[in-house]
Ligand binder design. Structure first.
Ligand code: UD1
Length: 338
C-alpha cells in the first residue's frame, strides 16, 4: 500500500515517514520545503534503507499535485502540509486560510478526481482552546478557538466531515495532536524551528546548547500544582506510530474517525525543565515572566478512545522525550543546516 505524505519533510511528517516505512508501507512525499529541509528526507532514507520519491511542489499548485498523484498512484494520503504558528496566524490570517484551508480543499478535489479514498488529517488540540473541563475528550469540541491557525484546523475538520458525508466511499481520520516533542532516538531527525523557537521544548534545548541565554517561564500564577502551565506532551515517535494505527483503522472502515493523540498526562513547565535537566545533565537558567497572551492554564487529553479503537498507547515518557530531544539538539546544533 502506498501513502502520499504531504509535508513529509517537516517535524512530524519525517518521523511519520520512518514509522510508515518500518511498518511496510511505501511512501512518496510532496513538500514545498517552505519550513522544512530535504535533508530530513535524505536522513529518513538513510535510517530506513528505503527510497522516498520526493516532489518539491506546493499543494496549492493543483496541476503539480495532480501530476504527483498520477505518477505515484497512492492508496492513501496523510496530510501534514500547512502553516502552524499561532502568533503568525494572527498577523497573517489570509495566508493561513489560503494555505491551510484552500490547500486541504485542493487536496480533497484532486483525491476525488484520482479516486483516492483514504485520508489521515493532521489536526490539533488547539481545537479545544475554549474548553475549561479537563481532560478533553473528542466530544468536548466546541467550534470556537482563539486564533486563525485554530480556525483553519476546525474548518478543515468540518470540510473533511462534509466531504465524507457526500462520498460514502471516503474514509478519514482526524488526529488531534497534543504537544509533540522529542526526536528520533538516532538523533538524525528532529524539530528544526526557523529562528527563535516559540514552543517550550525547542526553546529549552537551545538554552541547554548555549544558543539562547535563559528560558522565560510564561506565568507562575496559574491555578495548577506549581503555578506554571500544564500540557500533554507526547513523544513524536509515539505520535508517528499513531498515524500508522489510524491508517490501519481507515483501511478497514468507512466514514470519519476523530482521535486525540496525547499521553493523557499533564506536565507543568517547571516539571519539563527539571526533566530536561535530568536527561541532559545541563542546567536550564530561567526567569519568571508575565503570562503569554492567549495561553490557557492547562490542557491534557482523555486518550481513551484512541486506546480503545486503535490500540494506541504512548510508550515513551517525559524523560525519553527530553533525552531524545537533547540527543538531536547536541548532535545538530544548527538543525539540518550543517
Ligand atoms: C502551541 C500552540 C498550539 C500548537 C502547539 C504545538 C500557542 C499559543 N499554541 O501550544 O496551537 O498546537 O504549540 O506544539 O502557540 N512556555 C514558556 N516559555 C516559553 C514557551 C512556552 O513558559 O518560552 C510555556 C507556555 O506558556 C505553555 C507551555 O510552555 O504553558 C507550552 O507552550 P508551547 O510549547 O508554546 O505549546 P502550547 O502553547 O501548548
Amino acid at each position: 500500500m502506498k501513502v502520499l505524505v504531504t509535508g513529509g519533510a517537516g517535524y512530524i511528517g519525517s518521523h511519520t515517514c520512518v514509522a510508515l516505512l518500518e511498518a511496510g508501507y511505501d511512501v512518496a512525499c510532496i513538500d514545498n520545503l517552505d519550513n522544512s529541509s530535504y535533508e530530513a528526507i535524505r536522513r529518513v532514507e538513510e535510517l530506513t534503507g528505503k527510497k522516498i520519491p520526493f516532489y518539491e511542489k506546493n499543494i496549492l499548485d493543483r496541476e503539480a499535485l495532480k501530476a504527483v498523484f498520477e505518477a505515484e498512484k497512492p492508496d492513501a494520503v496523510i496530510h501534514f502540509a500547512a502553516l502552524k504558528a499561532v502568533g503568525e496566524s494572527v498577523a497573517k490570517p489570509l495566508e493561513y486560510y489560503h494555505t491551510n484551508v484552500y490547500g486541504t480543499i485542493t487536496l480533497l478535489e484532486v483525491m476525488r478526481e484520482e479516486g483516492v479514498k483514504k485520508l489521515v488529517y493532521s489536526s490539533s488540540a488547539t481545537v479545544y482552546s475554549s474548553v475549561k473541563e479537563m481532560p478533553v475528550n473528542e466530544e468536548s469540541f466546541a467550534y470556537v478557538t482563539t486564533n486563525p491557525y485554530g480556525w483553519t484546523k476546525i474548518m478543515c475538520e468540518q470540510i473533511i466531515r462534509d466531504t465524507a458525508k457526500a462520498d460514502p466511499e471516503l474514509s478519514a481520520a482526524l488526529l488531534r495532536y497534543f504537544n509533540p516533542v522529542g526526536a528520533h532516538p538516532s538523533g538524525r531527525i528532529g524539530e528544526d524551528p526557523a529562528g527563535i523557537p516559540n514552543n517550550l521544548m525547542p526553546y529549552i534545548a537551545q538554552v541547554a546548547s548555549g544558543k539562547l541565554q535563559r528560558l522565560s517561564v510564561y506565568g507562575n500564577d496559574y491555578p495548577t500544582r506549581d503555578g506554571t502551565g500544564v500540557r500533554d506532551y507526547i513523544h513524536v515517535c509515539d505520535l508517528a506510530d499513531g498515524h500508522v494505527l489510524a491508517l490501519g483503522r481507515i483501511a478497514g472502515g468507512k466514514g470519519v474517525y476523530t482521535y486525540n493523540l496525547g499521553s493523557g498526562k499533564g506536565t507543568s513547565v517547571l516539571e519539563m525543565v527539571k526533566a530536561f535537566e535530568e536527561a541532559s545533565g545541563r542546567k536550564i537558567p530561567y526567569v519568571i515572566a508575565p503570562r503569554r497572551p492567549g495561553d490557557i492554564a492547562e490542557v491534557f487529553a482523555d486518550a481513551s478512545l484512541a486506546e480503545k479503537e486503535l490500540g494506541f498507547k504512548t510508550k515513551r515518557d517525559v524523560f525519553d522525550m527530553c533525552r531524545d530531544l537533547w540527543n538531536w539538539q547536541s548532535h545538530n546544533p544548527n538543525g539540518y543546516e550543517k
